[in-house]
Design a protein around this ligand. Sequence first.
Ligand code: GTP
Ligand code: MG
Length: 317
Amino acid sequence: MEFQIQEPILVIGLGGAGSRIATGIKEELGSDSLVISHDPKDLAGKSSRILINTSPIINPSAYLIRGVSLGAEKSLVEKIEPYSTVIIVANLAGKSGAALAPVVSQIAQELGKNVLSFGIMPFKFEKDRIFFSGVSLKRLKANSDCTIIIDNDALLDSNPDLTPDACNVITNAALMHVVSTLKNSALPLRTNILSTSKDIPDIEDSLRDSLKMLYEDVPPKNIKSALLYVMGGKKVPIGTLNSMVNTISGIFSNDSTRVSMSVANGEKSKVVLLSSVDGETRFDRYDPLGIIPKENTLDWDEPEASVKIDLELEQIE
Ligand SMILES: Nc1nc2c(ncn2[C@@H]2O[C@H](COP(=O)(O)OP(=O)(O)OP(=O)(O)O)[C@@H](O)[C@H]2O)c(=O)[nH]1
Ligand SMILES: [Mg+2]
């Protein structure tokens, strides 16, 4: 089964990075967009937006942002209703994105939309975000037909010399590349991991680095299919392209693993690998209670949130 993209499409950006990337996707696909954040700066200049207003608190917790967003459900439903496909771009490494992704994806799913989501995972050193982003990803996955995970940390792990900013440039470009081919190539349903390399002249080295990044997140036996995008591939000899497909097929060595290739034009040559996975990934370990199956979790239906209540109680010392 493949993910179906049906027009009209709404691209929803959550948080600062989510809003920026969503605007890029909207331009690429010629679709509509909606940006949602608790920070007015993220929404500046955007025509369709929802501000999650936590005032007077200016440094709200992610749970509070989520709690306040529940009050915006009606306007969210109104905005999403007219579309067939919803593409959610959530920066799960940020507060707004991780807080809002479960809420927005749940509404889209309940309205019966085709939901494609992109989730950006934090760097390892962002320790305070790991747990929350893990739980948020689990819910985003459950509410989406297809989820594409971009793991900042895996890229940094396999390229320790990169700065966080350089990592963002690389992963955002890889994400945009997948988006630009959405209309021509099929996406498998389920969870996919996006991996790539930094700019290196040799395309086979780029493939090796992309695989290294992928292995940070998932054991090879859990990889069910792989789509290999070769940017600048029209300048690469056919023999090299062929041997790259053989290399990947050999590594996954599971007869049922499908490998396909899409060659794109481009100045620099580089590999972007989109692998669909089944079973455990590194992100399941971000939430220590994640091993408990859903049916044994009593309060799964509603994501945890805190609400803003101004109790008129005297402070008792
Ligand atoms: N891949 C990628 N990750 C990003 C990008 N921008 C931010 N991040 C990640 O998100 C983390 C938080 O960055 P912020 O700029 O605060 O992101 P934000 O979306 O505004 O998040 P909040 O303000 O917390 O809602 C960074 O440390 C990175 O891990 C981006 O453009 N690409
Ligand atoms: Mg921000």
